[in-house]
Design a protein around this ligand. Structure first.
Ligand code: IPM
Ligand code: MG
Length: 357
């Protein structure tokens, strides 16, 4: 079994460096416990890279990523770079990593933690027991489709993008969804807009074809607008939601908000060769540098890395259990704090998790 892992560490902007530091502390402890070795290599990305190198994804960073077994990513973006054109912005660094490393499958679990039920915007009885995954296709769709651009036509400004899916792109993400469902509750909801879009009618056709190899998994199709509604009405009914890039962007934020704590949600983006782990939340420039950011999403992303890249599911479960215990014991960062619980900072939260590993 592989015991030595090269990890590219890209903290990025805002709270990125603080939450990554917290996750690295946890990984150090796990490495000792499981007798594995991590070799961390840091790289610049996002606004930090724009400031130092004039490029949100410098060549050297991409090289570090390509030579790694996994990439641990913080967050990018901030007001400072908000007025740059789309192809020069910090976000472009993230989009290029996804494309260059062909990270086609984006896994975004959303789970209700019992001690945090009261922070959900939904009623407790609706949210209790929610355990779903949004599986978002990440390298196709209107995000990358050509042609795209802005120009002047007949004296008027226009902006345009192309929504496109190739058969092979739909096939591989659909397979991924069914495989994933087999390890869960065996239900896949495929989300599209097949009543309007050709891209979606192809999507639905291919998902049905792939399903014929997975008849032990229940498949339902749902229009994206209806899915947005059902996620609020009966989130418990979802297991694996598979969808394209743009719908997945929107639906995964919604799914994330259900549990009331964006600061808790991890994600993984994987392809044939590379794997990338990042919290769902952004760089939160307003609280950067204050030591109060919630590191749990990043720590749980590191847990996903232990499971998927390092093939140590038990180590992942250890971290998840430690996080649950910390919450049960009443420790909260500011974003999830409520009266009667103990408010802690980023480092303290990581230390409390480590104590329970
Ligand atoms: C996400 C983000 C990104 C996306 C942005 C930052 C480019 O919203 O990961 O969901 O749109 O994919
Ligand atoms: Mg998003």
């Amino acid at each position: 079994m592989k015991k030595h892992f090269k990890i590219a560490v890209l903290p990025g902007d805002g709270i990125g460096p603080e939450i990554i530091d917290a996750a690295l502390r946890v990984l150090d402890v796990v490495a000792k416990k499981y007798d594995i070795k991590f070799e961390f290599k840091h790289g610049l990305v996002g606004g930090a890279a724009i400031d130092e190198r004039g490029d949100p994804l410098p060549e050297e960073t991409l090289k570090i990523c390509k030579e790694s077994d996994a990439i641990l990513f913080g967050a990018v973006g901030g007001d400072k770079w908000d007025n740059l054109p789309t192809d020069k912005r910090p976000e472009k660094g993230l989009l290029r990593i996804r494309k260059e490393l062909e990270l086609f499958a984006n896994i975004r679990p959303a789970k209700a933690y019992t001690p945090l039920l009261s922070s959900s915007p939904l009623k407790e009885e609706i949210i209790k027991g929610v355990d779903l995954v949004v599986l978002r296709e990440l390298t196709g769709d209107v995000y990358f489709g050509e042609p795209r651009g802005r120009e002047v036509r007949n004296g008027e400004r226009v902006g345009y993008n192309t929504m496109i899916y190739y058969e092979h792109e739909v096939r591989r993400i659909a397979k991924f969804a069914f495989e994933m469902a087999r390890n869960r509750r065996r239900k896949v909801t495929s989300v599209d807009k097949a009543n309007v879009l050709e891209t979606s009618s192809l999507w639905r056709e291919i998902v049905n074809e792939v399903h014929s190899d997975y008849l032990d998994v229940e498949l339902e199709h749902m229009y994206v607008d209806n899915c947005a509604m059902q996620l609020i009405r009966r989130p418990k009914d979802f297991d694996v939601i598979v969808t394209g890039n743009i719908f997945g962007d929107i639906i995964s934020d919604e799914a994330g908000a259900l549990t009331g704590s964006l600061g808790m949600l991890p994600s993984a983006s994987v392809g044939e060769r590379y794997a990338f782990y990042e919290p769902i939340h952004g760089s939160a420039p307003d609280i950067a540098g204050k030591g109060i950011a919630n590191p749990i999403a990043t720590i749980l992303s590191a847990a996903m890395m232990l499971e998927i890249t390092c093939k140590l599911p038990q180590a992942a479960r250890d971290i998840e259990n430690a996080v649950e215990k910390v919450l049960e014991d009443g420790y909260r960062t500011a974003d999830i704090w409520s009266p009667g619980t103990k408010k802690v900072g980023t480092v303290e939260m990581a230390e409390e998790i480590i104590k329970r590993l």
